[in-house]
Design a protein around this ligand. Structure first.
Ligand SMILES: Cc1cc2nc3c(=O)[nH]c(=O)nc-3n(C[C@H](O)[C@H](O)[C@H](O)COP(=O)(O)OP(=O)(O)OC[C@H]3O[C@@H](n4cnc5c(N)ncnc54)[C@H](O)[C@@H]3O)c2cc1C
Length: 397
């Protein structure tokens, strides 16, 4: 039997390789760049750990719990909740399941009694199944209005919070995604590995035999039993797992995919003088600004900044936003004295829209290719992990 070929060493490809390796099934993992991790990587810049685009790990993801040694990652958790900009100052909104009576202080400026009742109902329903809550083809935005969450709660918390998760200004992703994330946030924690999100890929990679992994191996042509690498090398296989982002998968399979299925984002990193008062909540910037949110990453995970400094990230959906403008916008909400721009990551295809990949899936099925990648499940680390595991199982059938 020829080794199973896996194309792409993002989290989905690494997960597929891990599953095969555990079963002693030979594989070869082909990655076009010189590093594993795909969209989850970290860089070291002037002593700061910069994740390639601000992202967090949800401790409640089943895939995360099953796939990683969480102790070795030394997870550092955000406080559960967010800071909201209310009457020209930052106010804490903490996870309703953990804040108890403190929530009442936020009535009526942020939340109403009816919102609290609706959240309770939502959480109760999520204990059984989100299926009953979902109406087919309903967007998150429509669902929020149908449920009747108050205008204040929607504009001050839900919409800014979910804009940052979806990277979608208008919350057009399906309501099912909202229910999934709400459960993760209510019951789990958002966290960072002490050494950066890239540690996730490193941990998966470390458990794989290095002779089965090839970096700088870009697949440029693919047929049902053969592929060509950039440079002309040909490789034959019986089974292939295409663990690519949807754009690259579509290109390789000659499927037309409109650019509009992708959601882009830009993350700015600033170094700041060290602040004694630690703040581990995400600051949600009200709608209308080109910035979505910002936070002090080094207050959550101290190693993200060298001693005596702090690291601030700010995220925007505007890929053309310049650092000076981002800093000016940040100054409307934060003391920016002493802040120094470090680096920005503009990522045009950060996430994909749910449900836009039927043509890709049909083409793959007709050619006998197995697909993996977050977009096969849901646009997240959890989706990538689950898709990789399913693809490995399918490749053995
Ligand atoms: C800014 C940003 C914020 C995010 N926030 C979160 C978050 O908070 N929580 C969360 O759970 N998820 C988040 N995500 C999503 C998460 O990062 C992705 O779901 C996950 O990393 C996708 O993994 P993947 O393996 O499916 O794809 P990718 O990571 O895209 O991996 C594909 C791999 O294929 C390689 N490749 C491409 N073409 C070829 C070729 N022709 N030949 C060989 N190799 C090739 C690429 O180099 C890459 O390594 C975020 C993503 C971004 C970018």
């Amino acid at each position: 039997m020829k080794p199973i070929v896996i194309i792409g060493a993002g989290i989905a490809g690494l997960q597929a390789a891990t599953q095969l390796h555990r079963k002693n099934v030979p594989f070869v993992l082909l990655e076009k760049s010189d590093r594993a991790g795909g969209r989850i990587q970290s860089d070291l810049v002037e002593g700061f750990i910069l994740d390639r685009g601000f992202q967090v790990l949800q401790t409640n993801y089943s895939g995360v719990q099953q796939s990683f040694d969480l102790t070795a990652l030394q997870l550092q958790a955000f406080d559960s909740g967010a800071r909201l900009w209310i009457r020209a100052q930052w106010t804490s909104f903490l996870n309703p399941l953990r804040s108890g009576l403190k929530l009442l202080d936020l009535i009526p400026h942020v939340i109403s009694f009816n919102d609290i009742f609706l959240l309770g109902r939502l959480w109760f329903n999520l204990q059984w199944s989100a299926d009953e809550l979902v109406q087919s083809n309903e967007s998150t935005s429509d669902m929020l209005n149908r449920w009747g969450f108050s205008e204040a709660f929607q504009t001050k918390f839900i919409r800014p919070f979910f804009r940052g998760i979806y990277l979608d200004e208008h919350l057009q992703q399906p309501a099912s995604l909202f229910f999934f994330y709400m459960r993760q946030f209510l019951e789990g924690q958002a966290a960072l590995p002490a050494k950066g999100m890239g540690a996730l890929a490193d941990q998966l990679l470390d458990s794989l035999p290095s002779e089965s992994i090839r970096f700088g191996a870009e697949v440029i042509q693919l047929s049902s039993n053969k592929l060509e690498l950039k440079g002309g090398e040909l490789l034959e296989f019986d089974r292939v797992i295409i663990a690519l982002d949807p754009h690259a998968a579509a290109k390789l399979m000659h499927v037309a995919l409109p650019e509009s299925v992708h959601l882009g984002s830009k993350t700015f990193y600033f170094s700041s003088p060290f602040r004694e008062v630690q703040d581990t909540l995400l600051h949600l910037i009200p709608g209308g600004s080109k910035l979505l949110h910002y936070c002090f990453l080094s207050h959550v995970a101290a190693d993200y900044a060298p001693k005596g400094k702090d690291l601030i990230q700010a995220t925007s959906l505007d890929l053309g936003l310049e650092p000076e403008e981002a800093l000016r916008l940040l100054a409307e909400y934060e003391d920016v004295q002493g802040l120094k721009f470090l680096k920005a990551y503009a990522i045009p295809r950060s996430l994909a829209k749910v449900g836009a990949f039927d043509a890709l899936k049909q083409t793959a099925a007709s050619k006998g290719f197995i697909l993996a990648g977050d977009y096969c499940e849901m646009p997240s680390l959890q989706g990538a992990l689950v898709s990789g595991e399913k693809a490995a199982i399918q490749s053995l059938l």
